[in-house]
Design a protein around this ligand. Structure first.
Ligand code: GDP
Ligand code: GDP
Length: 437
């Protein structure tokens, strides 16, 4: 299921980043100490009254330096219109309506997307009437807010949430493997889609699964049902922001949420970029199974060491995803394309694996005997009991004497022991701690 997306648009200096940080800031709690995960600041997951959604600050998307400011804003609006379920149009209540606001209103109006007009910088109730003139922009919901003080944000969020669409995602069979290709622009995602679907043993279903914002491609391979998520989005071309790197993260977000397995496509010719880590990090955090696909291997000048060196680079750059297998392919020549789907099947199986409690406990008891937990403040961490509570990804609950003295490195050790005992290839493991009562 993909979460609704709310995009913030508006001209510079109206307070877009301030409201973004206020809405996002309270919610981003990075408790896990996972090295290598960088956070993209232009989007955030938020929650209001139990409804979760993604918030995008389109002002954070850079379209290159040559653009006129108005052209820049137009592209941001276009991005918002295409990607968002609800648009939060931010204006400055101290300045009043400006010609640029009118222009933005025009673009938004034509899009038929629901818009909340936020009149910002109303720091004092005395100035609330400043908001009235904004009704002339033609939107029904005009809400005075002070991003700095936080007043009005609750009313604004109520309005935003009330406009979320009904969930219209197509449902697929439990056994169908939902797979997506994610990666930066130009790494070869569309070429890979074509190469995979063009394989002899792949039988593409005549009916595509259509959702509110994506076209999926169901197909069969060796008696197994798959669906390629959001292929239309990958193939869609010609939008001005298509080539914007940060945009690819937003696009990836939705695909990841709807997938079981994410194929993280890396350009073998250009190498690994920061943006690859962001995209991969999101798949990891979302608990999806993952395979690294190093594409364009045909174009790489190589000797017998090149592949191992590249493999090592991936391991170093994506330390948090040490579990994900790596394939070196070429969409252009078709080299090793036939290995992709069997690998997807394998990791999907591991992702859905359930291990009996008795076996898990045996592994953990043995692990604690081999390497006893360190003591902290004179107390020794102990695991009393382990059980698997969920699949996709496999999720373990450890009942322990005291969660507060659990050491990150010791939990990492236990995870590694579990991975040695069971073939959790290609899947993250979630480990939760509970205090034993
Ligand atoms: P952006 O360019 O639209 O992202 O705008 P910023 O978030 O960077 O804000 C521009 C300026 O407006 C900054 O100096 C903010 O401190 C200020 N600002 C933002 N929200 C408010 C508000 O609610 N009240 C007041 N008085 N100033 C604000
Ligand atoms: P996307 O933006 O990730 O969907 O990337 P495309 O599939 O549009 O590919 C971007 C460019 O890389 C195009 O010019 C492709 O022809 C080229 N390309 C894709 N796959 C390969 C490959 O395996 N080898 C080579 N040499 N070029 C490729």
């Amino acid at each position: 299921m993909s979460l609704p997306v709310v995009a913030i648009v508006g001209r510079p200096n109206v307070g877009k980043s301030t409201i973004f940080n206020r809405l996002a800031g309270e919610r981003i709690a990075i408790v896990e100490d996972k090295p290598g995960i960088t956070r993209d600041r232009i989007y955030s997951s938020c929650e209001w009254n139990g409804r979760q959604f993604h918030l995008i600050d389109t002002g954070g998307v850079e379209f290159g330096e040559k653009n006129e400011i108005i052209e820049h804003i137009r592209k941001q609006a276009e991005l918002a219109i295409d990607e968002a379920d609800v648009i939060l149009f931010v204006t400055d209540g101290r300045q009043g309506v400006t010609p640029t606001d009118e222009e933005i209103a025009h673009w938004l109006y034509r899009s038929n997307k629901p818009v909340i007009l936020m009149v910002n910088k109303i720091d004092d109730v005395k100035h609330i009437e400043n908001a009235y003139e904004f009704y002339q922009l033609g939107f029904e919901q005009v809400i005075p807010v002070s991003s700095i003080h936080g007043t009005g944000t609750g009313d604004m969020l109520d309005a935003v949430v009330s406009l979320f669409p009904e969930q219209t995602d197509v449902q697929y069979d439990e056994d169908t493997i939902r797979v997506s290709l994610i990666g930066r622009p130009n790494v070869g995602k569309s070429s890979l889609v074509n190469a995979i679907l063009g394989e002899e043993r792949v039988i593409v279903s005549p009916t595509a699964g259509t959702t509110r914002d994506a076209v999926d491609t169901p197909f069969q391979y060796d008696g197994q049902s798959f669906v390629l998520i959001d292929t239309a989005g990958i193939r869609k071309r010609g939008k001005v922001y298509e080539s914007v790197e940060k945009y690819s993260v937003i696009r990836a977000l939705r695909a990841i949420e709807r997938s079981d397995v994410c194929l993280i496509v890396i350009d073998g010719e250009r190498g690994i970029a920061e943006q690859d880590k962001r995209i991969a990090g999101y798949a990891h955090e979302a608990g999806r199974a993952a395979v690294f696909i190093v594409n364009k291997w045909d174009a790489v000048e190589k000797n017998e060491k090149t592949m191992d060196q590249f493999r090592q680079k991936i391991r170093d750059s994506f330390q948090f995803m040490h579990y994900a297998p790596i394939l070196f392919v070429s969409a252009k020549t078709g080299k090793r394309i036939q290995r992709i789907l069997p690998k997807v099947e394998e990791v999907a199986e591991q992702h859905a694996m359930r291990v009996p409690t008795s076996v898990l406990n045996q592994v953990i008891q043995d692990a604690m005997v081999t390497t006893p937990p360190p003591s902290e403040k004179g107390r020794r961490f102990r695991v009393q009991y382990i059980t698997q509570v969920a699949v996709k990804p496999p999720t373990m609950v450890l009942f322990v004497n005291d969660p507060d003295i659990a050491h990150f490195s010791y939990l990492r050790y236990l995870e590694n022991q579990l991975r040695q005992a069971f073939p959790f290839h290609g899947t993250p493991l979630k480990i939760k701690l509970r205090k034993k009562v």
